[in-house]
Design a protein around this ligand. Structure first.
Ligand code: AMP
Ligand code: MG
Length: 346
């Protein structure tokens, strides 16, 4: 089966172009679609078979729940229990890149929740995604549109490459504007906990909701034995090419060392100034939104360059930088002295 490709404007979509894909979703088919964060692979969240199909297509571990996307507050309230105080606070962030974990409504199928009593809910801001959900008329369970462990997808060409033979429709609306997934917060415990750093900065959430507990797992530093959010324990975002995390200063000296001429340096424009080996510049470390929007496509670009490996450095971890740091840590492994010695020898 070759996916039906629908090219559609992101901000001013033609409703008639989305009608058929909306109906297909409602009837149990699978659709890859754009959001403001990354591309998602969607199914009717009320349909157990359709949601199980998403796990098969992505090769996703069974215990990692999907995020349910809605096109209105009314739909959100049919999907989960929303405390009135939280609902008021949410109006600062919804529609937008924020997912809440709340007690699930009865209609959400078990597969979408991975059997949990809670559900992840998000009201996206991308006009094309909202219109598609409206056309479907049902909430849409949609994890990021990538095979599990691979980098998320922000470019429709990559979505077609990875999913063309596996889904019914691919909606292409150009590059994802934000480029990093939604922030996930847990509302089911006392106080609010950050489960995954994402495109909504924690600093902004704290202005509205007060203190938010930021776990090490949310920063991508440690893997707990019993993770709060199932997704945080798995290998994530990995390019096929080995990617090593190095300090920016170390990268600057390696960047013009001929022993690393077969490697690619993924870096800020500042660090990139002294790098004469091959490099992918993500953007200025004072413009973290630009860095976020380029990160996942850079990880996939690395795989197309035929390099022996890649090096990346951390960016300032404030605002969206917390999410950038999380994705970089998870996509790479630290360059130890031992690894460096083997790279230089081989
Ligand atoms: P993805 O959409 O593939 O980028 O991942 C969705 C993220 O949301 C994963 O980290 C999930 O583990 C998390 N998530 C979704 N639903 C729940 C839930 N009910 N409880 C905790 N985490 C959730
Ligand atoms: Mg994902």
């Amino acid at each position: 089966m070759k996916a039906h490709l629908i090219k559609c404007s992101y901000s001013d979509p033609d409703r008639s172009a989305l009608k058929e894909a909306g109906r297909a979703l409602r009837e149990g088919k699978i659709v890859v679609f754009p959001t403001e964060t990354v591309y998602g692979v969607g199914a009717n969240a009320l349909d157990q078979n359709a949601c199980e199909e998403i796990f098969r297509i992505k090769n996703r571990p069974q215990d990692n729940p999907l995020i349910v996307h809605v096109s209105s507050y009314e739909m959100a309230e049919s999907v989960c229990t929303l405390d009135p105080g939280i609902r008021k606070g949410l109006s600062h962030f919804w529609p937008g890149p924020l997912t809440i974990i709340a007690p699930s409504g009865a209609a959400i199928c078990k597969a979408a929740r991975a059997g949990l009593p809670t559900v992840g809910v998000r009201f996206p801001s991308a006009p094309v995604a909202r219109m598609l959900i409206e056309e479907a008329g049902v909430p849409i369970a949609a994890p990021s549109a990538n095979i599990s462990t691979r980098p998320s997808i922000t470019d429709p060409a990559h979505a077609l490459e990875e999913f063309s033979g596996k889904v019914d429709f691919v909606i292409a609306s150009g590059k994802s504007p934000l480029g990093i997934e939604s922030t996930v917060i847990d509302l089911t415990s006392k106080g609010i906990r950050l489960l995954r750093a994402g495109s909504t900065p924690v600093e902004d959430l704290e202005k509205v909701f007060g203190d938010i507990e930021v776990t090490e797992a949310a920063r991508g530093v440690a893997t707990e034995e019993r993770p709060l959010s199932p997704g945080t324990k798995y290998l994530h975002y990995s390019p096929m090419t080995p990617l090593y995390l190095v300090a920016e200063e170390q990268m600057k000296s390696m960047g013009h060392d001929p022993r690393f001429s077969e490697y690619v340096f993924i870096c800020s424009s500042q660090a990139g100034q002294g790098i004469t080996n091959r490099k992918i510049v993500l953007g200025s470390d004072s413009d973290l939104s630009a860095v976020a929007s380029r990160l996942f496509s850079a990880l996939r670009e690395l795989d197309s360059m035929g390099a022996r490996g890649g090096f990346i450095h951390m960016f300032p971890e404030h605002g969206i930088g917390l999410a950038i740091g999380n994705r970089i840590r998870k996509a790479s492994r630290p360059l130890t002295g031992e690894i460096l010695a083997t790279l230089v020898r081989s």
